[in-house]
Ligand binder design. Structure first.
Ligand code: GTP
Ligand code: SF4
Ligand code: SF4
Length: 332
């Protein structure tokens, strides 16, 4: 296997880069979020398939080849984009995922989001090929609950935990554990999850994710996010705010807990800095919008990729915007 050039991209001063990509709303694009496959070995009840219209999901033949993925990233880097997140479906379904990693140009950060089932045996090779860190889905520490949420066969939770251990050992850190909160199902496990990550002494972060309210059948599982934020804030010794989505991070007795709260959150959208690429090769300006995609799968040259990239950025628009209270009409 080809080894990725371990050199990290230098911090590019904005003025030095050719041109910084900004959408019509002034939001800079600094990262790509690339889905490498729609296929997955699980069937989580909350799965939104990265916002894809899944009448087109699935067929392997529609997946981008490593050359196209790396060609897109090479063009993006010219615009100062320096972070790439790989997602799926399940990215480790791609046997050539290491090949994809190895052909990337130097970047500030390369990460992937995985369900962790296939991670144990591949963690070292992924690191060697250039992956910096991983996010691993872990919605429950109770096997029956984990299986009910994800549709995984019994024995899977142990596999995921071995995957987490291997990722930490391989240095794919900080490892983030993604826990989608489901009222009445796993929302009583936040404390035990914090205890779980504390044993990794700062190498593992807990990421609590608000359920996306995109399917009425899931409405009953939506937690009160404001309540949770209040309780995290009360327990925290420190609260930080990330640039990306202005997400809050709470430090609670040595455990780092990040809260992803996208629903109806205009601040989240106002600080959205990643452009998505679908598994079949389309730039996707927003997770929740499917009628403004830009097809890059047949691009014949770097120049064409560059133009399509700019077109996709020009179509970006925040999904949630602040609600404007109409001014009262003055009585004359
Ligand atoms: N609405 C919305 N939700 C997002 C977006 N990015 C991430 N999310 C949510 O956050 C969840 C976790 O995302 P991950 O793939 O683990 O990555 P991340 O947390 O965004 O990225 P890092 O923190 O940099 O690792 C996703 O499943 C989504 O529910 C976004 O741009 N828009
Ligand atoms: S692991 Fe991810 S892609 Fe697979 S079903 Fe669950 S949420 Fe969807
Ligand atoms: S605009 Fe909002 S909903 Fe759309 S991808 Fe960005 S953060 Fe997500």
């Amino acid at each position: 296997m080809k080894q990725k050039n371990p050199e990290k991209a230098p911090e590019v001063a904005e003025e030095d880069s050719k041109k910084i990509l900004k959408d019509p709303y002034g939001r800079k694009v600094t990262g790509l979020r690339i889905s490498v496959t729609d296929r997955c070995n699980l069937s989580c009840i909350y799965c939104h398939n990265e916002g894809a219209d899944c009448s087109t999901c699935g067929p392997v033949g529609r997946e981008m080849k490593p050359e196209l993925i790396c060609g897109i990233v090479r063009e993006a880097v010219k615009f100062g984009i320096n972070k790439v997140k790989f997602s799926g479906g399940e990215p480790l379904f791609r046997k050539d995922f290491e090949e994809i990693l190895a052909c990337l140009p130097p970047l500030k950060e390369v990460s992937a989001t995985t369900n962790g089932i296939l991670l144990e045996k591949r963690a070292k090779a992924l690191k060697a090929a250039g992956l910096d860190r991983v996010n691993i889905s872990l919605d429950s520490l109770v096997p029956e609950k984990y299986e009910a949420i994800t549709g995984a066969p019994s024995g899977s939770l142990e596999k995921v935990i071995r995957g987490i251990d291997s990722a930490v050992e391989a240095g794919l850190t900080p490892v983030k554990l993604n826990m989608v909160l489901l009222k009445g199902v796993n929302d009583n496990e936040i404390d035990s999850m914090m205890d779980f990550i504390r044993q990794y002494k700062g190498k593992v972060i807990l990421q609590l994710i608000e359920l996306m309210d995109i399917d009425p059948r899931l409405s009953k599982y939506i937690i009160d996010s404001k309540d949770l934020e209040r309780s995290l804030a009360e327990k925290a010794s420190e609260i930080k705010v990330r640039n990306l989505h202005h997400r809050k991070k709470y430090i609670i007795d040595g455990a780092e807990v990040e809260f992803v709260r996208p629903m109806d959150n205009s601040e989240f959208c106002a600080h959205c800095s990643r452009l998505r690429v679908t598994a079949d090769g389309k730039f996707k300006p927003c997770l929740l919008v499917n009628d403004n995609l830009v097809d890059v799968s047949d691009a014949k040259s770097p120049e064409e990729i560059e133009k399509l990239l700019e077109l996709a950025v020009s179509r970006r628009k925040p999904y949630y915007v602040p609600v404007r209270v109409p001014e009262k009409k003055k009585k004359i």
